[in-house]
Design a protein around this ligand. Structure first.
Ligand code: TEU
Length: 539
């Protein structure tokens, strides 16, 4: 059954007279992030590819997701797993070709699944023809103006900015000038005040939109604009964990409003397509400004992912994440993780405890109004992996192995009893799959009603079919210490006492549940009580 059919049914269940099309699909969609090199490998080289992914589309329909986000599969020297793009309008041979992409796009649409892809407009690869031309050209040339080249002071770079991967954000070229890179030195930042940069990004967007994609996830959407004069940063900002507590002129600059409006204007030529900004922005006003009408549709932010498993702090984080976008008429966007942060199972304590908490948080996340992003493997309850020395190097971990993001990017275990669990027909996968994942494979979980995969499927299904998920509000209930409870319902209908109540227990002991029938619970009830590290939905 196509998604369109289902959303009509959904609207009818809500009792609205509005046709289903009046609510844009993305406002409450469940997105699924496919980390392409880790999803499914069709050619045995140990790296996931577009054909492998296409062959597994049925799984995503079974899971019930509405839309996909594919991480970069463009031509790239792979210095940063494809976020260093040398040709944004072609498929890297590692992943297939344009024909494979077109086939998978058509097939995803046949399954009723929307497809969004990554757009990397902040920087290119150092192997991009533009950057090669810039290196060959003289200081002050039009070729250099597409990037951010500056003179330093003696042997000192132009300012004190550091790369988010560590070390200076400037690299010196042979004639003495420096170029800026907020990420690796293989990822020179583009100059967004240069008209050619805009034209080229527009060309890239239209290239993929004309092929039929449903939108983009905008990489580093808080970073494309740089402030005049490139003032120094507060060095403490580099160490700040998550929230930007110190002055950081590298990000969140004024010029972004115009850039976001420009991206939006291109998308507006393709009705129904969207831009989701990757926003490491923790200032509420600024985050809201990015989502004003005429700017980005959705703001993928990290507040929920960076909040630890504690009912009170989660309650506050949810309130903020909900109200900030709603101020400007945008839906909230929820994510517990992605390919840049630790797997939630590992963040919440690893082992059985980590898994229990991750399952509970999934029920919380899917009960919330707005768009939800899931990251491939979360539905299998995967945690971080250990990397043997020399395997899976990450440019972010050059100075500090603890910052390696590849521990959260292991391939998907599909079937069988030993690695590589059907991920590849070859012997080796680009990152190892742990032996212990024999009970985490798709095959092992699919028919098991108690599995994490079954819980995800049931939650996504209920989110799509239950009328309580129609509204955009939540109402908090009183709850015992260490717990919270909210009712998800259409709050516009004042007398509506229906709805789904979501209860989370982060306390150390079991608690009584409010009245109602248990629709789903992340762990079995114990004598009718919700155990610790668990959540439940009641109707
Ligand atoms: O990530 C950007 C990013 O996550 C950050 O480094 C962020 O700017 C910083 O932590 C703020 O504190 C995206 C991709 O998701 C990532 O995989 C890429 O490596 C990066 O862009 C470069 O393209």
């Amino acid at each position: 059954m196509g998604r369109g059919v289902r959303s009509e049914a959904h609207a009818a269940e809500r009792g609205g007279d509005e046709p289903a099309s009046s609510e844009p699909w993305w406002r409450d969609a469940v997105f699924y992030q496919v980390y392409v090199q880790s999803f499914a490998d069709s050619d045995g080289d140990g790296v996931g590819d577009l054909e492998g992914f296409r062959s597994r589309l049925g799984y995503l329909e079974l899971l019930g997701v509405d839309a996909l986000w594919l991480t970069p599969f463009y031509r790239s020297p792979m210095a940063d797993n494809g976020y260093d793009v040398s040709d944004p309008r072609d498929v890297d041979p590692l992943f297939g070709d344009l024909g494979t992409f077109d086939a998978l796009l058509a097939e995803a649409h046949e399954h009723g699944i929307k497809v969004t892809i990554d757009l990397v407009p902040n920087h290119t690869s150092d192997q991009h023809p533009w950057f090669q031309a810039a290196l060959a050209a003289a200081p002050g040339s039009p070729e250099r103006d597409r990037y951010i080249f500056r003179d330093g002071t003696g042997a000192q770079p132009p300012n004190n900015w550091v790369s988010t991967f560590g070390g200076p954000a400037w690299t010196r070229v042979s004639d003495g000038q420096w170029y800026l890179h907020l990420f690796g030195s293989e990822q020179p930042d583009l100059n967004w005040t240069n008209a050619e940069v805009r034209e080229d990004v527009e060309r890239t967007m239209r290239f993929w939109l004309d092929r039929g994609v449903d939108g983009f996830r905008i990489d580093v959407a808080h970073g494309m604009a740089k402030p005049d004069g490139l003032p120094d940063m507060d060095p403490r900002a580099a160490q700040a964990a998550g929230p930007h507590e110190f002055a950081d002129p590298r990000f969140d600059n004024e010029g972004l409003a115009d850039i976001h409006a420009f991206l939006r204007s291109v998308l507006d030529d393709y009705p129904g397509t969207i831009a989701t900004g990757e926003l490491w922005t923790f200032d509420d006003d600024r985050l809201a400004s990015y989502l004003e009408p005429g700017r980005l549709h959705l703001g993928f932010n990290f507040r929920l992912a960076l909040t630890h498993f504690d009912a009170d702090t989660l309650h506050a984080a949810i309130d903020r994440s909900l109200t900030v976008p709603q101020r400007v008429g945008a839906p909230a966007t929820w994510a517990l993780g992605n390919h840049d942060v630790w797997r939630q199972v590992s963040r919440y304590g690893d082992g059985e405890t980590g898994l229990r908490r991750a399952r509970a948080m999934m029920l919380v996340e899917l009960a919330l109004p707005g768009a939800v992003y899931l990251y491939n493997g979360d539905e299998l309850g995967l945690g971080n992996i250990e990397l043997p020395p020399g395997v899976g190097d990450d440019p972010r971990a050059e100075d500090d192995p603890a910052r390696n993001r590849n521990i959260a990017r292991a391939p998907i275990p599909w079937e069988g009893t030993a690695p590589p669990f059907g991920f590849t027909t070859g012997q080796r996968s680009w990152l190892p799959l742990p032996e212990e994942w024999a009970d985490r494979t798709v095959e092992a979980q699919l028919e098991d009603p108690d599995s994490t995969l079954s819980l995800y499927r049931a939650a996504i299904e209920a989110r799509h079919s239950h009328q309580a998920f129609g509204g955009e509000g939540i109402e908090w209930y009183g709850a015992p210490a260490g717990c919270f409870a909210f009712r998800r319902a259409d709050l516009d209908q004042a007398d509506d006492e229906s709805g789904v109540v979501c209860v989370l227990n982060t306390s150390g002991s079991a608690v009584d549940l409010p009245p109602g029938e248990v629709l789903l619970s992340s762990a079995p009830l114990v004598d009718g009580q919700l155990p610790s590290d668990a959540a439940a939905w009641l109707v």
